[in-house]
Design a protein around this ligand. Structure first.
Ligand code: CTP
Length: 398
């Protein structure tokens, strides 16, 4: 099942480290190639000898060993997936804050592959607000956090915090590897975030788009094996998948030019950016000084990227647009679908609580050119990205 799959397993200091031994056995049985990194605390729970014997590879622990530098960059690039199981409270906090004081953390910080973690801790630690916050933080860095189980804990108490069982991790990996290659060979162009339209050297017109949705779609497309180019307006978002080509732009015109350059050979185009519809006719060279009570700025329409790409659409291209509406949502989205010659429109409404700009969650409806309308529940933007990408894949597969 996992033949030719390269799995990097990180083990941190927790009593659940014994489960990592079972996990290695199962991975090897499934044909995977396994390399193991342990922290110093983990070596108090499981011995390097056991781990190296089972994984058939030397155990990696130190950044420096006998004057040899352990190449953490290589490790993160070698792996198809990096699993940290068990994830201790301490390593979780380091991941949230980006600390780099051992080989495991250096590898984590430089890894280009998807990362999944299986936390293990006592219930009180698991429920501590700082743990909750750290979990949310590492999720926002696009790490996948496996659920903890409920049951007897090392402390003798019963509750939440048990590490996922090795069999559950294997099930996750089966699904992961089964679905990762669906877009291999496909080129994808995505826009994300807002644009800034300069008024003068210090001011601009923009909107509240955070870029979160487009970034999540880019990560999901890459996870499915696509070669992704992301044209991003000004945003604080970061990418964890290093293979994604990120092009940062500022204005609607910059975004237009970049898209025109990259759209030609794209098979899938997803326009999730909140592009400014109007831009100042002229940008003042110097800061505009405060004078009269009223002040007007002349604006001119920006070029509509989605519309232009819809006009040039090739037979082998799938074009997805977005619509963020506050009134007559379905009717406006339907109009955009037709007017812009898109294959589908992802509609989100600001009237839905916790959906739209800035939120980590979103609620979408996808309108397809065949007339099909699919409504989804409120979900994390990562889950919404999965729905959008699965929808597009289902359309590509006819
Ligand atoms: N879009 C674009 N270029 C623009 C404006 C919008 O590519 N200059 C794209 C957006 O990325 C989105 C879709 O068009 O995929 C719809 O954007 P939206 O702002 O909702 O619609 P508009 O066409 O701008 O219409 P309105 O602002 O009147 O709703």
């Amino acid at each position: 099942m996992f033949k030719n799959k390269k799995i990097l397993l990180g083990i941190t200091g927790s009593i659940a480290a014994y489960k990592a031994i079972l996990l290695i056995r199962l991975l090897i049985k499934e044909g995977a190639e396994v390399k193991v990194i342990i922290t110093k605390a983990a070596s108090d729970f499981v011995t390097p000898l056991t781990l190296s014997t089972l994984s058939k590879n030397p155990i990696l622990q130190d950044l420096f060993n006998n004057n040899d530098w352990a190449n953490h960059v290589e490790l993160g690039r070698w792996a198809d997936i990096f699993i940290i199981a068990p994830l201790s409270c301490n390593t979780l906090a380091k991941m949230a804050y980006g600390l780099c004081d051992n080989l495991l953390m250096a590898t984590y910080l430089s890894a280009t592959c998807p990362i999944i973690v299986a936390p293990a801790m006592d219930e009180d630690m698991w429920k501590h607000p700082s743990t909750k916050k750290n979990i949310e933080t590492i999720k926002s860095y696009n790490n996948t956090v496996l659920s903890v189980n409920n049951g007897e804990l090392a402390s003798g108490l019963f509750g939440e915090g048990r590490m996922a069982e090795p069999e559950q991790i294997i099930d996750y990996l089966k699904e992961f590897f089964n679905t990762t290659n669906e877009l291999s060979g496909k080129k994808v162009l995505i826009t994300a975030g807002p644009t800034y339209e300069a008024i003068d050297p210090v001011r601009y017109i923009s909107n509240h788009s955070s870029g979160k949705m487009g970034f999540a779609i880019a990560e999901e497309m890459a996870l499915k094996g696509a070669s992704v180019t992301l044209v991003a307006g000004p945003t604080k978002e970061i990418l964890t998948t290093k293979s994604i080509k990120r092009i940062d732009v500022v204005s609607a015109n910059d975004m237009y030019n970049s898209c025109m350059e990259h759209a030609k050979d794209s098979n899938i185009i997803v326009m999730s950016a909140a592009v400014a519809d109007y831009t100042p006719v002229a940008i003042a060279k110097d800061k505009i000084k405060k004078k009269e009570d009223a002040f007007e700025i002349s604006l001119t329409k920006t070029k509509d990227i989605l519309y232009t790409l819809g006009q040039q659409k090739k037979a082998n291209q799938f074009l997805a647009g977005f619509a963020l509406e506050t009134t007559n949502e379905m009717a406006f989205a339907q109009q955009k679908l037709v007017a812009k010659n898109a294959d589908c429109i992802v509609l989100n409404s600001l009237n839905d609580a916790d959906a739209g700009f800035g939120h980590n969650t979103n609620k979408i409806t996808i309108l397809d050119k065949s007339g099909e309308i699919t409504t989804f529940n409120l979900k994390s933007k990562k889950e919404v990205a999965k729905d959008i990408v699965s929808f597009i894949i289902s359309k590509l597969n006819g």
